[in-house]
Design a protein around this ligand. Sequence first.
Ligand SMILES: Cc1ncc(COP(=O)(O)O)c(C=O)c1O
Length: 465
Amino acid sequence: MLSTHSSAGRGGPPILGGHLHVTGGHLWVEHCDTVALAERFGTPLYVVSEAQLRANCQMLRAAFERHWPVGRVELLPSLKANYVLAIRELLNDEGVGCDVFGGNELNAALRAGVPAARISVNGSAKSAPLLRASVVAGANITLDSAYELESLLAIVTELGKTARIRLRIRPDHATLTERSDFFPDMAIRDAAQLYKPGIEPTTARALGRRALSHDRIELTGLMTHLGRHSADPGVWAKMAAGFGETVAELCNAWAPWRPRELDIGGGFPAPRDPTDPDRRPAQPIDRYAEGVAVALRSALVHGGIDPDGIVLQLEPGRSLFADAGLHLSRVCHVKTQTRPVASTWVEVDTTEMFMPDLLLEHAYFRPVFASRAESPDVAPVHIVGISCNFDLIARDVPAPRVVAGDIVAFLDTGAYQDAAASNFNVLARPGTVLVSGNRARLVKRHETLEEVLSRDEPRAPFTTL
Ligand SMILES: Cc1ncc(COP(=O)(O)O)c(C=O)c1O
């Protein structure tokens, strides 16, 4: 393990920081000892820091406001990254809306009390019931195809209601020749064309005309989302320039229409950037904000569009949630061998199934030996999980002398890890604790075996077809 006090490399931020610190040999989140959290709530366990989440919200908003002085900045954090309802309620308190993908996310957002006017309903091949529910709730709909627009036109006509829509655009991104972190053998511009959402500009032009000709449709803006192909702020600036050029072209084709809002989606890296292939930390968020906002503004002006008054929206997922969360596990057993190669496996009671970005994005969630955070390292170990896979959560990490019962924390698991965890090996998924100062509450309980098996119908009768 990297020393908890060392720098994460290349002049980046210290490994701990924000609301994580070491006191009395233990890792703490705000004013809660993680060893005490593990004892009180059981492991494995997701932990989220309220203070870190709120600080991230404020920092993201402030960074983009600094560089987008021409209009308001709105955060629409991606619900998919973390849909624990209590956590979403904190975000309501911060005055932020959300991006939802599909009907169940819309339902969850409304249950958590997100005002409908602050919701952007995204999704692939949106069904008529989803479009109808969005119109009835009064949410904004981010359309992804002509098929969705035609379906929506029929719904608003039938309901006699107006729908606020935006078109999700996929610019050509011809200048993005840099390598994608998701697809290392591809340029971002090619990888972006594999990604199903978004409407290419020529089709968008026709769709916009159709939308603008209908009196029950209000076209309020345009949206795009590149995704975390790169942590280079220069790439983000190019992405924003490409979006701005496409927006200007569409505005000129639809004159005198002007967007009220432009939504640049998410994809900005989290500070320690667990997805970086070289394990380098990200640049400060201000660099991304500056790159994006300046390039977008200048592309609009260059295309003859005055950006004054345009609301800039962003949909952070990882950059908002990741470092507000960590995952706690307990050491079950330390297994060693001396031949044919000397190895030590620290077997913990969690798994990559509960941190699926280890597999999906080859992420690295830095381990911290939370109950021995100030003990000297003695030898490298592999930290392994309880599933039947390789389940190599962290490989070759310098470690202090560890025994069964010790607590290991994995950093930066606040985005997507709970949301995408699976029940492989009939494993019941962990609960989530929300820490606030020196208090903590279990805001999502641990799953039970009964719940894992609850959809099975072993004695279901056959139906003859
Ligand atoms: C439309 C949209 N917005 C925002 C996000 C959040 O992305 P990230 O977590 O990389 O910031 C996603 C993620 O896939 C997305 O699809």
